[in-house]
Design a protein around this ligand. Structure first.
Ligand SMILES: CC(C)(COP(=O)(O)OP(=O)(O)OC[C@H]1O[C@@H](n2cnc3c(N)ncnc32)[C@H](O)[C@@H]1OP(=O)(O)O)[C@@H](O)C(=O)NCCC(=O)NCCS
Length: 211
């Protein structure tokens, strides 16, 4: 059983640890300091970051839900450590998308994820419980699909986009994909029927900018 250090000790980190455990890793949570280590839930062993970083050949996952924080941690550790892709056994991935998922450093697929064909993935994406991704979609670096989100075909999710729970995104086309711009947020329950510009928050059905 290989050790896998999960950076973070909160609920998302424990979820990632459960997925790692289902994949026969031995998850070890990583706290930034003694205060975090002494106050966090002890579902799994917890060590300090300095100890984890000194471990020869250590493999890591980032157990941090917030996209900007996950991106900052990934950039801080870039090129120095290995971040295996974690795919819970209860997922299905179209054959033509499988290599793209496996090549995506640090991405985590939660139970119930369904991905169809010809999709591509950036690094450190989170596809949470029961999300569905139809054909020809792209999920950008550090993007997050919250539980129950559904993407139709030809949807391009930009870097750092946060898709809330239960969001649906209508299809684009092969020549004009439906695009959600980088670092935008789509509130839970929204239906996206038009392209979304970068850096905005949209909510509702149909999704519109929150004032
Ligand atoms: C959209 C969102 C990011 C806004 O958060 P926020 O900036 O803190 O916004 P507030 O809660 O202050 O709400 C601001 C306004 O937006 C409305 N609003 C917030 N979320 C909404 C949603 N999902 N759908 C419709 N309206 C929403 C509020 O009713 C409020 O309206 P008002 O000004 O008329 O009273 C947040 O509500 C959301 O949906 N987050 C996603 C949660 C999620 O999926 N988590 C996954 C965990 S794994």
């Amino acid at each position: 059983m290989n050790d896998l250090f999960i950076l973070g000790t909160g609920g998302h980190a424990r979820d990632v640890a459960d997925i790692a455990r289902a994949l026969d890793f031995r998850p070890i949570l990583v706290a930034r300091d003694e205060d975090e280590r002494s106050t966090c839930r002890k579902t799994y062993d917890v060590v300090l970051e300095a100890e984890a970083l000194s471990w020869k050949g250590a493999q890591f996952a980032i157990g941090i839900g917030d996209n900007r924080t996950r991106a900052a941690v990934a950039k801080r550790m870039a090129g120095q450590h290995s971040f295996p892709v974690l795919i819970h056994p209860d997922t299905s991935i179209g054959l033509s998308s499988r290599k793209a998922v496996l090549d995506s450093s640090g991405t985590v697929l939660f139970p119930g994820v369904r991905v169809m064909g010809h999709c591509s993935f950036g690094a450190f994406c989170t596809l949470n419980l029961n999300t569905t991704v139809s054909h020809d979609c792209h999920i950008g670096d550090f993007a997050n699909l919250s539980p129950g989100a559904n993407l139709a075909g030809n949807v391009h999710i930009g870097e750092g986009v946060w898709i809330g729970m239960g969001v649906t995104v209508n299809q684009g086309s092969a020549t004009e994909p439906r695009r959600i711009g980088a670092w935008s947020t789509i509130g839970s329950g929204a239906a996206v029927i038009r392209d979304v510009p970068p850096g905005v928050t949209q909510v509702g059905v149909p999704a519109e900018e929150k004032v």
